[in-house]
Every structure is written in C-alpha cells, then in structure tokens.
Ligand binder design. Structure first.
Ligand SMILES: CC(C)(COP(=O)(O)OP(=O)(O)OC[C@H]1O[C@@H](n2cnc3c(N)ncnc32)[C@H](O)[C@@H]1OP(=O)(O)O)[C@@H](O)C(=O)NCCC(=O)NCCSC(=O)/C=C/c1ccc(O)cc1
Length: 395
C-alpha cells in the first residue's frame, strides 16, 4: 500500500536478534532453606502413629517402618510440628491450605534471599520469577507474596507451575533457561517450595504399602536459583544450561498421579517406579544428548559426567546407577541430599545442584576431578515424565 509510515523500517527478525541473548543461560547462584522442625527417619514410624493417634493400627506399623527404612532417608524437616498437630488433630483442608498460603512464601523467600545474597546484585535486576509448588492452592499465591517479601520490581514477569510432582524443579529450571536466553539481560529467580502439610494424613487401616509411600518419603524445603545468560563482570556462572529435554513414557499415566481432593493432596506412587525409570532412562538420555556426548566410537560413557539426579529415594538411585553402569560415588550428591532432607519434591534437585557444586569444589570431595565438566540434571514426575538437562560446569 502506498503512503508514508511512522513505523521504523525494522524487520521482526532484526528485533528478535536484539531481544535474544547471545550466550547460554547459566545458574548464577543457589539458595536453600528448611523449616526448623526435624524428625529422624528412624523415629518417624513411632512419631507418625503417635501424632495421628493411630497406635491401635498395629498391623500397619511394621509395613510403614519397612518402607521408611528402605528410602535412604536419615531425617526430614517439616513446617507442621507436634504441637500444631496436637492442638488441631483434624486440621481441615481449608486450614492446611491457609497454613501453606502464609508459610510457603516465607520459606521460599528465605531460600531466595540466600541465592540473591550469593548472586550479589540488586534485587531490582530480577526481571522474571518462576515459582513452582505442589502444596498451595491460593491466588494471588507465593509468586505475588514474594514480590513484597523480597522487594522485587512490580513489573517482574511471574509464572507459577503447580502439581508437576518431583519433576517440577527441573521443569522450572528449563523454563528459566528459555526465558534467560530469549530476553537479553533477563535475570530469572526460580523458587521451588514444598510443604507436605497438604498431603499429610494419618494411616487408614485399609492402606496398602503404596498408599503409605508419600508419608514415608516427603519432607519440606525450598530451593532458589538465579538464572541468566551473558554474565556481568561480578557474576559467577556455576552451571551453564546447555540443552533440555522432557519425555512422557506412553501408557504409564496410572503409575504416578497427584490430585487435590477433599483430603488434601493425594494420588498414586506405584512401587515399581524405580524399575520403570531404570528401563527407559538411558534411551531418554541418548535421544536427548547422545549426539553431543558420544565419543569417537559413538558410545556415551556416562561415568565421565557429573550427575544431579532427583533422589526419589535411594532405591530410585540404586536403579539409575545400575541402568547407566555408574560408579558407586557418581550419585553421591543425590544420596547426601536424600539422607539429610528426604524427598522435597521439586525443591530437591536444587539442593542436589548445590551439593554437586560443593562436592566438585572440594578437592578432597567425592566429586572432585571425576568428570570432564559435563553433567546431567534429571527429575521424574507424573506422566510418567523424565525431565533432563545437559549442564556444563563453568569451573
Ligand atoms: C522405595 C519405594 C517406595 C519402593 O521401592 P520399590 O523398588 O518400588 O518396591 P518393591 O516392589 O521392589 O518392594 C520393595 C520392598 O517392599 C516390600 N513390599 C511391597 N509391598 C509390601 C507390603 N504390602 N507389605 C510389606 N512389604 C511390602 C517388597 O516385598 C520389597 O521387600 P524386599 O523384598 O524385602 O526388598 C520406591 O518405589 C520409590 O523410591 N518410590 C519413589 C519414586 C520416585 O522417585 N518418584 C519420583 C516422583 S514422586 C512425585 O512426583 C510425587 C508425587 C506425589 C504423589 C502423591 C502424593 O500424595 C504426593 C506426591
């Protein structure tokens, strides 16, 4: 059409070139936090039956004790205390969600404040916020509360992920990578916060081994990460985020489910999940990263990598070790985290990244000098979904 235009003669392509960052996103800082109340896993069966007034269900206790004993968990942290459960023995779902609405942002803020302090830049430089949780059900939720608790900019771009199960930490970091790489100068705060009070319930005499799994496995915690591309002078990249993948395994929807119902968060965690994961993990990783990692003979030696695997339990880790023919110490960071904190769903993998960083930096540590700077972060969630990311350690 003829006539003059006031719009500058720039193509969308040119605008995109300016908008996008040139380099890969990187993890620039990590912070973690837990509530104070700690229960050793060895004491947990007695504790659980006592605080839920269920000591009369004598047949279930040995089953639960066996389950607790096989997880590799040494202790777990909880926001809910004995006093809270004793004074409110039949805490309604509404009341539990109200607890989460207050406590989740505070725990997330505590982890985020540590990440921001390590990062060392003004909080106003954070352009995007990704919050992930399996606990809350309020809007405005943890994301909006974090804006005021942390003093974030009011134009920070917020995204919330909900009910992604244990894969949610990897999913949040995948999203952060894409945000950072597609928006020049973006600094993304990722906060994953989990409080098990929404899933907490007493045992039922009809409970199977599977039905007790969530009570034996999950703990409370928050992990926060700052992600950005093209680091400024004072920023210290920890892990470059090279490539991400997600697979849903056909016909496995029934194996791992979550729903918010009248009793809180419930669902199915089938025994056999570790076997299922072990059966497909190598093919998933080969499809995603095989071309980049294969040696001259076209074979990938998984032992040359560092590993940040979400530890569902130590049983899951044992299966992954066997499936990938890993040396026993390769999943040391995951084993440390599951032992010290239990399975904190989406927050866990951030604790593992922090531990991988610590072990790689410790010259006497199990992770020192045992990889070639490349690594894999991996998590599992409902679907059955395998989330993975190829990482490159910046140091
Ligand atoms: C440790 C588990 C719980 C069990 O191990 P397993 O290898 O699958 O189980 P097995 O079938 O081999 O049985 C193990 C043992 O338990 C025994 N067992 C078997 N059923 C019995 C029995 N009813 N009596 C008593 N002994 C028995 C069984 O005999 C066997 O004993 P033993 O031969 O002596 O080793 C394992 O399945 C596990 O790690 N699961 C977690 C998997 C995981 O990483 N998931 C990640 C995603 S989780 C997620 O996204 C969250 C979702 C969620 C969903 C719902 C929520 O509420 C909250 C969250």
């Amino acid at each position: 059409m003829a006539g003059s235009s006031s719009i500058p003669a720039t193509t969308v392509r040119e605008i995109r070139v300016v908008q996008r960052a040139d380099g890969a996103a990187a993890v620039l800082a990590i912070g973690t936090a837990n509530p104070h109340h700690c229960v050793p896993q060895g004491d947990y069966p007695d504790y659980y039956f006592r605080v839920t007034n269920s000591d009369h269900l004598t047949n279930l206790k040995p089953t639960f004790a066996k389950l607790c004993g096989m997880t590799g968990i040494g202790r777990r942290f909880f926001h809910h205390t004995d006093e809270m459960l004793a004074t409110h023995p039949n805490l309604s779902l509404d009341a539990r969600l109200d607890v989460v609405a207050t406590a989740a942002p505070e725990l997330a803020a505590s982890a985020a404040a540590k990440a921001i302090a390590e990062w060392g830049r003004p909080v106003g430089d954070i352009t995007h916020l990704v919050v992930s949780t399996n606990a809350g059900s309020h809007a405005p939720g943890t994301d909006v509360r974090l804006v005021s608790l942390l003093g974030l900019r009011h134009d920070v771009l917020r995204t919330v992920l909900q009910l992604n199960g244990c894969a949610s930490g990897c999913a949040a970091l995948r999203l952060a990578k894409d945000l950072a790489e597609n928006n020049r100068g973006a600094r993304v705060l990722v906060a994953c916060v989990e409080l098990t009070i929404t899933a907490f319930r007493g045992p039922d005499k009809a409970d199977s081994f599977d039905a007790l799994i969530p009570q034996g496995l999950f703990g409370d915690g928050a992990g926060a990460v700052i992600v950005g591309a093209e680091p400024y002078v004072h920023e210290r990249p920890l892990f470059e985020m090279v490539s991400a993948s997600q697979y849903v395994i056909p016909d496995t929807e029934h194996m791992l489910t979550m729903q918010l119902g009248s009793g809180g968060i419930g669902g199915t965690i089938a025994t056999g999940l570790p076997r299922l994961a072990a059966g497909i993990v190598e093919q998933c990783l080969l499809d995603a990263f095989g071309d980049r990692l294969a040696g001259s003979g076209g074979v990938v030696e998984w032992n040359n990598l560092f590993w940040a695997v979400h530890p569902g339990s130590s049983v899951m880790l044992d299966h992954i070790v066997r499936a990938l023919r890993l040396a026993p110490g390769k999943l040391a960071a995951s084993r440390t985290v599951v032992r010290e904190y239990g399975n904190m769903l989406g927050a866990t993998v951030i604790f593992v990244l922090d531990e991988v960083r610590r072990q790689r930096e410790d010259p006497q540590g199990e992770g020192a000098g045992h990889d070639e700077g490349w690594g894999v972060m991996m998590g599992f969630g409902p679907g059955f979904t395998v989330e993975a990311m190829l990482l490159h350690a910046a140091t």
